[in-house]
Design a protein around this ligand. Structure first.
Ligand code: FES
Length: 331
């Protein structure tokens, strides 16, 4: 998964209070929310693939991909699928009257950047269309691209009207009830060495795409974004963490902490930095990303690519640990 360089402070990110301007039905089970600044000010810029972190009225914090127009600085738009088996965030959004409410919003952040390539294949499953929609709108006529978009039924597939304006030759809709599942042989028959492959969707689709990419030797051309934690079997085996824990120095805070074997680095940090941000605490949202100044990391997140892990310059402190006896963090 692509990742931006850590140029900004990893903590104390500003929180915006934005108004929900309107809520719109987009497809079966999918509502979109449009946010504006209450005083009509311009909102911070974003690029396709970016997401917002939204604090719901109950206090739950959730991340949703931006799916509006990046050139429109007056509003942000996200779309939310009601997930009855989820952890409650999407149900709260669907069941609460949010129009006119002020909500706390952080971001935009982008861990799913559109990288340069000669041509692009996009694979979206269900609500995974949200970041992909902004990407294909950005590319439009500028580069060759094709989108394969699968969904449960046609009525459950959001943003078909917007996609129709981008040219039917570029978009293959695959409603499962009439067409079956996405044919990955067909998808990958369009891939060559200059293709960037972007995938967002449920875990089953993501796993199948990654397995196919591995089988045909293009795994390093795949960029993907997860909705949630990967199944345990897919999480990279952790390397050995030093027995008895390890030491973490927070360089800017001027503190050294001992991380116990049963404790996370995040928990240790919060003993002295209660403002340390987090959200999923399962290694997939990216909120707790922290720059590493020295020491080696036992990466247990589901975000970094192999090259990014090998660079050893950043870690997700909610899950990742140390393989050295001591690490130093830029906190
Ligand atoms: S809090 Fe989500 S990756 Fe750490």
């Amino acid at each position: 998964m692509s990742m931006q360089t850590l140029e900004k402070e990893t903590v104390a990110e500003s929180v915006m209070e934005l108004r929900v301007r309107h809520v719109k039905w987009e497809a079966d089970g999918v509502h979109s929310l449009t946010f504006v600044d209450p005083e009509g000010k311009d909102l911070p810029a974003w690029t396709p693939g970016a997401h917002l972190e939204i604090e719901l009225p109950s206090g739950l914090v959730r991340q949703y991909s931006l799916c509006g127009n990046p050139n429109d600085s007056c509003r942000y738009k996200v779309a939310v699928l009601r997930d009855s088996a989820g952890r409650g965030g999407s149900a709260e959004i669907h069941d609460t009257v949010l129009t006119g409410r002020m909500l706390k919003v952080r971001g935009p952040r982008n861990r799913f950047e559109l990288a340069y390539a000669a041509n692009y294949i996009f694979i979206a499953g269900g609500i995974g269309i949200t970041p992909i929609l902004a990407m294909v709108q950005e590319l439009r006529e500028r580069k060759p691209w094709h989108l394969f978009y699968g969904g449960r039924t046609l009525d459950s597939m959001a943003f078909r009207e917007e996609l129709a304006t981008l040219g039917s030759k570029n978009v293959t809709l695959v409603p499962q009830d009439t067409e079956g599942v996405l044919d990955l042989d067909e998808v990958f028959s369009r891939v060559d060495e200059s293709t960037a492959i972007y995938c967002c969707g449920p875990e089953g689709l993501l796993g199948a795409v990654l397995a196919k990419a591995e089988a045909v030797g293009v795994a390093d051309q795949v960029h993907f974004e997860r909705f949630g934690a990967a199944p345990k079997a897919l999480v990279t085996e952790a390397e050995a963490t030093p027995a008895g824990g390890f030491e973490v120095t927070l360089e800017r805070t001027g503190t050294t902490l001992q991380v116990a074997p049963e404790e996370t680095v995040l928990e240790a940090i919060r003993r002295v930095r209660s403002d340390m941000p987090s959200s999923c605490e399962e290694g997939f949202c990216g909120t707790c990303e922290t720059r590493v100044l020295s020491g080696t990391i036992d990466h247990r997140d589901q975000i970094l690519s192999k090259a990014e892990r090998d660079a050893n310059d950043s870690m997700f402190v909610c899950v990742s640990r140390a393989t050295s006896a001591k690490i130093v963090l830029d906190l």
